[in-house]
Design a protein around this ligand. Structure first.
Ligand SMILES: C[S@@+](CC[C@H](N)C(=O)[O-])C[C@H]1O[C@@H](n2cnc3c(N)ncnc32)[C@H](O)[C@@H]1O
Length: 240
């Protein structure tokens, strides 16, 4: 074998080795329960690194914040009672607090402190609480709308989370969810990005069947780069 051919053989072997290693790691990693990744990694990160999470909007020139804004089109009239689940660092929450009677629930005390500071600095009212979507600390039918942006994909038990979110919405009220996921046009970039989020511990879901199974009237819109973000709006029937 000439030295040129040997060189090419080594390169082919090295590339094959890297590909096989990545595939093996991917297989191993997919066996790790995503609930464990959320509990052991993301929940402490949201709590302790809330300020860093806040910096993401700044680092992305506010692109991440703009991706939350389609919720605004679906909200009930100003003055209505609105609950935000998983409000994070509170940028959307502060934007809404001037117009709506806001309440918020987040698992991370660090996020609550940050959001409270943001609200207090502007003199905005909101009933913020630390707690889990699986046990929302408000009575049935308390809100005209319950919204959540980029948080539903962090909840391991989608059925329990959806049941609770619907429980606290008034008949005729709305559940509004913004999150990332695959696109209905099947484009490969959105699929690849969804794959990446799943490797990081998120759950890429279609919330439409979850809402329809609970009797909500549902509409879904996609937007953002490669249509990889969606907003799903479920309206609770006025009689139930
Ligand atoms: C990816 S961040 C999204 C934050 C913000 N809504 C946004 O648009 O950037 C997910 C948020 O959900 C919160 N969270 C995670 N699990 C939760 C749970 N079981 N109940 C309530 N909030 C939860 C986290 O603390 C975090 O603030």
């Amino acid at each position: 074998m000439t030295s040129r051919k040997r060189e090419i053989a080594w390169i082919v072997l090295a590339v094959a080795g890297v590909v096989l290693t990545v595939l093996a790691l991917n297989r191993f990693w997919r066996r790790v329960d995503r609930g464990t990744i959320q509990r052991r990694f993301w929940n402490p990160v949201y709590d302790r690194l809330a300020t860093w999470y806040d910096a993401v909007d700044w680092l992305t020139f506010n692109t991440t914040h703009r991706l939350r804004l389609p919720v605004l089109r679906h909200l009930p009239p100003p003055g209505s009672r609105v609950l935000e689940i998983g409000f994070g660092s509170g940028k959307l929450h502060a934007q809404l607090a001037g117009q709506y009677q806001m309440a918020g629930l987040d698992l991370a005390p660090g996020m609550q402190r940050l959001t409270q500071r943001r609200l207090s600095a502007r003199g905005l009212p909101s009933d913020l609480r630390t707690g889990s979507v699986y046990a929302i600390p408000w009575p049935d039918a308390s809100f005209d709308a319950v919204l959540s942006t980029f948080a539903f994909s962090a909840f391991p038990d989608a059925d329990a989370a959806m049941d609770e979110m619907i429980r606290v919405v008034k008949p005729g009220g709305k559940v509004i969810i913004v999150d990332a996921g695959e696109s209905e046009d099947g484009n490969l970039v959105a699929r690849w990005l969804a794959n990446l989020w799943e490797l990081l511990g998120d759950y890429m879901r279609d919330e439409v069947p979850l809402m329809e199974a609970r009797g909500l009237q549902v509409k879904r819109e996609e937007y953002g780069p490669w249509n990889c973000i969606h907003v799903v709006v479920g309206t609770r029937p006025s009689w139930g």
